[in-house]
Design a protein around this ligand. Structure first.
Ligand code: SR1
Ligand code: MG
Length: 423
């Protein structure tokens, strides 16, 4: 199959015939296609994902479809998202080596990426639902975010190159449009594709949708998301976009990549840890999850701490871009000025990440794309209890973000809501 063949979706039946002469693939897994085993394992909302095993090894073949898989062909979606995913992965590998799967081949016309098969990795969300405590995720994800967000910005890049890259990713319009609607607007009115646990949450949902402060805050955050092209974001950094073992962590699926505010990736990621925290109550059939809850709050604190430490280190050692130039500060003996500026930047990220986290929680409970953390709680009353706590938490941190000064404060609030259902 070459880049000139018109797009055609792969299937388990056709993959070996169509990719049997692709040297990037045969070189990895073996040439004897009669021995290939092909499985389709995509459980995301958008794409096909195949695991192909041959005599020599295995690889993943990911292919975009011309529509949203979750909804069907009534919602067309351009294949070019695969192009953005490929280019985001190459930049993430350069900026945070070893943090993403290795790429073996990209075919733009077929919208497919052949990449490393991560094994025995599993999706982080699944591990957290099972109650597994991964020892390295805070360190690995904190480093990934600091390195990719700092090194993709005008703190670090040659501005001509950054502007060219900004122009390249500006065309990822349709995936930004998904986020702009699904995350920032749909949860706050009765949009067509919304759903929530009903009737249990009906009253709370009505209350949130009537909450003027919350709606204004969500729109301020949408404004920030759309207008602040600060760095190359992953764009969809939740616990379903991370694969783990006890010792390894890899970020996957950056097809939503575009230039936006640093705090978006950090806020979305932490929101998913807080949702995992509030969902634990629903997964206690085979034992209490107190230790898991404590672990999850510790992970949020450690992730933020690692992020800040690494970001500060990069600020002091790699700040070679056009913003806050060393010529204005260190080169004039004013190291304190550079530290003061760093403090402002980190404060801004903190304020904004709490807002993004709050609304990410809301959209996963009120919008179209829900999280397995809650969805796998079969008892609907119990699920609604968990979701209601998360919704109240999300509202509080989004609306009061400028008055919350530390991650411990946020985690204390989460623990209080979980124990006493206050607010
Ligand atoms: C229609 S796509 C819904 C969601 O799935 C993706 O993973 C993104 O999170 C998106 O918002
Ligand atoms: Mg995805």
């Amino acid at each position: 199959m070459t880049g000139k063949t018109p797009f055609e979706a792969l299937s388990v039946e056709t993959l070996a015939t169509r990719l049997g002469t692709n040297e990037a693939l045969t070189g990895r897994i073996g040439e004897d296609t009669s021995r290939w085993k092909v499985r389709e394992v995509g459980d995301g909302n958008l794409n096909l994902v195949f695991i192909v095993e041959g005599d020599k090894g295995a690889a993943v073949v990911k292919q975009a479809l011309p529509y949203v898989r979750l909804v069907g062909d009534s919602w067309p979606l351009p294949l070019k998202r695969s192009f953005f995913e490929y280019h985001a992965l190459t930049r993430q590998e350069a900026r945070a080596p070893g943090s993403v799967p290795a790429i073996y081949h990209f075919d733009e016309t077929q919208a497919l990426i052949i990449m490393e098969y991560l094994s025995p990795h599993i999706i982080l969300r699944r591990a957290l639902i099972e109650g597994r405590q991964l020892p390295n995720i805070a360190r690995d994800i904190g480093l990934f975010m600091a390195r990719t967000l700092f090194r993709g910005s005008d703190f670090s890049m040659v501005t001509k190159e950054r502007k060219a890259d900004l122009a390249l990713f500006a065309d990822n319009v349709e995936l930004c449009d998904i986020t702009e609607n699904l995350v920032f607007s749909d949860p706050y009115f009765d949009a067509k594709m919304n759903r929530h646990t009903s009737p249990q949450l009906d009253a709370l949902v009505a209350e949130l949708r009537a909450d003027r402060d919350l709606k204004v805050e969500a729109q301020r955050l949408k404004h920030l998301f759309a207008a602040n092209a600060e760095t190359l974001l992953h764009g969809d950094l939740h616990s379903g976009s991370i694969m783990v073992t006890d010792t390894e962590t890899r970020m996957i699926d950056p097809e939503f990549a575009f230039y936006g505010p640093m705090a978006f990736d950090v806020g979305m990621l932490l929101a998913n840890f807080w949702m995992a925290f509030f969902s634990q109550r629903g997964h206690e059939q085979s034992g209490k999850r107190d230790a898991m809850r404590a672990y999850l709050l510790d992970v949020t604190a450690q992730t933020w701490s690692v992020f800040r430490t690494e970001f500060s280190h990069l600020w002091r050692t790699e700040r070679n871009g056009m913003l806050y130039q060393k010529s204005l500060f260190e080169d004039q003996g004013d190291r304190l000025g550079a530290e003061q500026a760093l403090d402002h930047v980190l404060h801004q990220i903190w304020d904004d990440l709490l807002g993004f986290a709050g609304i990410e929680v809301h959209r996963r409970i009120l919008g179209l794309a829900h999280n397995a953390d809650f969805e796998t709680i079969a008892d609907e009353d119990l699920r609604a209890t968990c979701e209601a706590r998360a919704l109240k938490f999300g509202r509080h941190i989004a609306v009061n973000r400028r008055h919350i000064h530390s991650i411990d404060e946020v985690n204390n609030l989460a623990a209080l809501i979980e124990q006493e259902n206050r607010i």
